[in-house]
Write a protein of this length. Structure first.
Length: 182
């Protein structure tokens, strides 16, 4: 069950998690040289579809970087479980772990319990994908309750190329309700 609903054109929440390899990962912060950020929340080690999704993301990473989009991923897995899964991906992008229940709720993610997967050690986040623009605001939000119902990497890349290639200012899709509430 989601507890919050993020809105497009609103600031991405400040969420920091431990990063594989050491240090911390600020999910919304963009690496130097990039003005947009793609944040992918994946289910964890128990999910072979997530492993494939992360592998596809790694294969497309250069293309995301070419259009100024930084990439980071995160799961609720422990460091040990995240390390085991990520060894199958060998990514060049940063990977966070130990996403807390509170952080999952803050992102508006669906949360599943240990009965919703095999070899699951604790509740985990279902897939989420967030694109943060140069203003630190949410440009795209995609939240799913199943690992097979998330945007294909090729579609995300195509769409972001379109957005990034626009010469004129284009309003953020789905932001009307947020404007009316303000």
């Amino acid at each position: 069950m989601t507890s919050a609903k993020l809105a497009t054109d609103m600031p991405f929440p400040h969420i920091t998690v431990p990063q594989l390899g050491g240090g911390t990962l600020d999910l919304g912060a963009r690496a130097e040289g990039y003005d947009w950020k793609l944040v992918v929340v994946y289910r964890g080690k128990h999910c072979p579809l997530c492993t494939r999704y992360l592998q596809e993301l790694e294969q497309a990473l250069t293309e995301f970087h070419d259009i100024g989009v930084d990439v980071a991923t995160v799961s609720a897995d422990s460091e040990e479980r995240a390390t085991a899964q990520i060894a199958e991906v060998n990514p060049s992008f940063p990977v966070g772990y130990d996403l807390s229940m509170e952080q999952m709720r803050e992102l508006g993610l669906y949360i599943s319990g240990v009965r919703n997967g095999q070899d699951v050690e604790r509740p985990f986040a279902e897939p989420g994908l967030f694109v943060v623009n140069e203003e630190g605001k949410l440009q795209i939000i995609d939240i799913s309750n199943a690992p097979f119902a998330r945007p294909p990497i090729a579609s995300m890349l195509m769409g972001l190329r379109f957005y990034r290639g626009l010469k004129e200012e284009f309003p953020v899709n789905g932001s009307q309700a947020a404007l009316e509430a303000a």
